[in-house]
Write a protein that binds this ligand. Structure first.
Ligand code: SF4
Length: 278
């Protein structure tokens, strides 16, 4: 279900520009987090990053690319060997088929080179629009779309600049609002913000430079609670005392008084976010 939004947060190009400007100032270090040396290697790393962290992929790809640095070598690789090398990224059998199939497709149809358009990339095994956008934008500087992963989808919904849970529809909405020259950068900034601030389970709304521009109704409650300490594990029924077991559970809403943060935390001051706590 899409998050509840404030009625004031209409998705307009001006609002999106302001959001991206704030993110650009706040997260200038936002970059594609995957390590690669060539467009082919970025495509393989992106395929491996499905359901896996970029850090884990970056641990695996040096070994993979040492053995199979380009499309011809990976296309000829024994499947079992590729599976073994990429095992720790999860879903390794399916991913091994995808990356070797992708390499074979490049060799058979594109002379071993990664093509420069979404139309040519998407028919290749293991490649969807997200992977194609990542490779075109970062390896070639071609802005043909906006890569939408789980962070881009969640953050754009919460901010109120796109709505829905279909990445293709979110991409189309963002493309209608963001100037073309900022499409690749939009992905980097929203992913970075989603990882560092707008966490799926514990968004740091009280420290968020986009607080004043965000359309998510629940942000005020999250700002009031702030980052929450890890809770100790709840005792299960068998180990709770009878007196504790009789206590009714405290409703979550009682713990979240709704109020606006009054000041921007010191550690984010001076990082350029103009929308802090306004
Ligand atoms: S205010 Fe909260 S929900 Fe909105 S972008 Fe910031 S962290 Fe995410």
């Amino acid at each position: 279900m899409p998050p509840r939004r404030s009625s004031k947060s209409r998705p307009t190009p001006e609002r999106v520009r302001e959001i991206l400007d704030v993110l650009e100032r706040t997260h200038p270090e936002a970059r594609c987090a995957l390590d690669y040396g060539t467009p082919f290697q970025l495509a393989v790393a992106t395929i491996l990053s499905a359901q896996c962290t970029d850090e884990r992929v970056n641990m695996v790809t040096p070994h993979l690319f040492a053995r199979y640095p380009d499309a011809p070598s990976l296309a000829a690789a024994p499947l079992a060997d590729v599976e073994e090398v990429i095992r720790s990224t999860g879903f390794f059998r399916a991913k091994a088929k995808s990356v070797t199939g992708f390499a074979r497709g490049l060799v058979e149809k594109h002379g071993g080179e990664v093509p420069r358009s979404i139309a040519e990339m998407v028919p290749l095994p293991g490649v969807g629009r997200k992977t194609a956008n990542v490779v075109l934008g970062h390896a070639y500087g071609i802005e043909e779309g906006i890569a939408v992963d789980t962070h881009v989808l969640r953050v754009s919904n919460r901010l109120g600049v796109a709505e829905g849970d279909d990445p293709l529809k979110i991409e189309a909405q963002l493309m209608g609002l963001v100037p073309r020259e900022r499409w690749t950068r939009t992905t980097d900034l929203l992913i970075f913000h989603g990882r560092k601030v707008c966490d799926a389970r514990r968004p740091l709304c009280g420290e968020c430079p986009l607080f004043a521009l965000c359309g998510w109704d629940s942000r005020q409650a999250w700002a009031a609670t702030g980052p929450r300490p890890e809770r100790p594990a709840r005792p299960d029924r068998a180990t709770r005392t009878p007196a504790a077991a009789r206590q009714p559970a405290r409703p979550a809403s009682a713990a979240r008084a709704v109020r606006r943060p009054t000041a921007r935390p010191a550690r984010l001051r001076g990082r350029g976010g103009s929308g802090s706590g306004r």
